[in-house]
Design a protein around this ligand. Structure first.
Ligand SMILES: O=C(O)[C@H](O)[C@@H](O)[C@H](O)[C@H](O)COP(=O)(O)O
Length: 237
């Protein structure tokens, strides 16, 4: 058993290792679809918060092929760069590019509204408060241990990570100085299904260090406990 698997088991966190990026996407799509269908059956509605960046593209493409009552599903992001959807770095733009069929049918809740980072965070929080608890959250992770746009050393990090955070969405700054919007622990910890998807050896070593408990200052460490399910693939392509 790998060190990653041993540490995950020690923490009671499910770890699935996929042989490729496509198999990781398939594993995620099956669990997300099942959770959304259960939510629709139980409550007539479902909510899903997705990560941006590069890793989620195969998952977005897989979800785009799924037949579901998408009109009863709310989709938002776990974070957004504070740029309009047409900007190359927009996570909203990423979802529209790789999941157009789904995005055209769901109740889409953007985080970026163009009024200013602070005002956009307030507007997104007001809208998302009614969504809590979320049904599904899909987290990614950077090699620096950030998740969503919660970065190590960020001002107000402990409060932002807390499940008792005052608001579900905050504006913040990435280490590169760019404005971002991020869900807080109030939204992220509320999810009935919490998934962390990472790819590549680099992130595996970051995650191993976090699971070993030696990195409490890394935001991802706040999520490494049940009911989190981790899916890892060495395939970083
Ligand atoms: O906006 C973003 O970039 C994401 O939401 C971010 O938190 C992402 O999950 C990690 O940075 C990993 O990104 P990659 O998948 O591109 O490595």
């Amino acid at each position: 058993m790998s060190e990653l698997a041993r540490l995950a088991e020690e923490r009671g966190v499910m770890l699935h290792t996929a042989a490729s990026a496509q198999q990781q996407a398939q594993w995620l799509e099956q669990r997300i679809t099942k959770a959304l269908q259960e939510a629709l059956l139980a409550r007539g509605r479902a909510t899903l918060a997705l990560s941006g960046g590069r890793s989620p593209i195969p998952l977005l493409q897989a979800l785009n092929l799924i037949e579901l009552a998408w009109e009863q599903v709310g989709i938002t992001l776990v974070d957004e760069r504070w740029v309009p959807p047409e900007h190359a770095e927009s996570n909203a733009g990423l979802l529209w590019r790789h999941m157009p069929q789904v995005m055209s049918r769901v109740h889409w809740q953007p985080l970026y509204h163009g009024a200013g980072a602070l005002q956009d965070a307030e507007r997104s929080s007001a809208a998302l408060q009614a969504w809590l608890p979320l049904d599904v959250v899909v987290l990614g992770m950077g090699s620096d241990g950030h998740t969503a746009s919660l970065f190590p050393g960020m001002e107000g990090l402990a409060a932002a990570l807390s499940r008792h955070a005052e608001v579900p969405c905050l504006s913040c700054q990435a280490p590169d100085g760019r404005q971002r919007l991020t869900l807080t622990g109030a939204a992220l910890h509320s999810a009935r299904l919490q998934l962390l998807a990472i790819r590549g050896e680099d992130k595996a070593s970051t995650l191993t260090a976090a699971l070993a408990g030696g990195r409490p200052e890394w935001p991802v460490s706040a999520f490494l406990r049940p009911p989190l399910q981790i899916v890892y693939s060495a395939d970083a392509s």
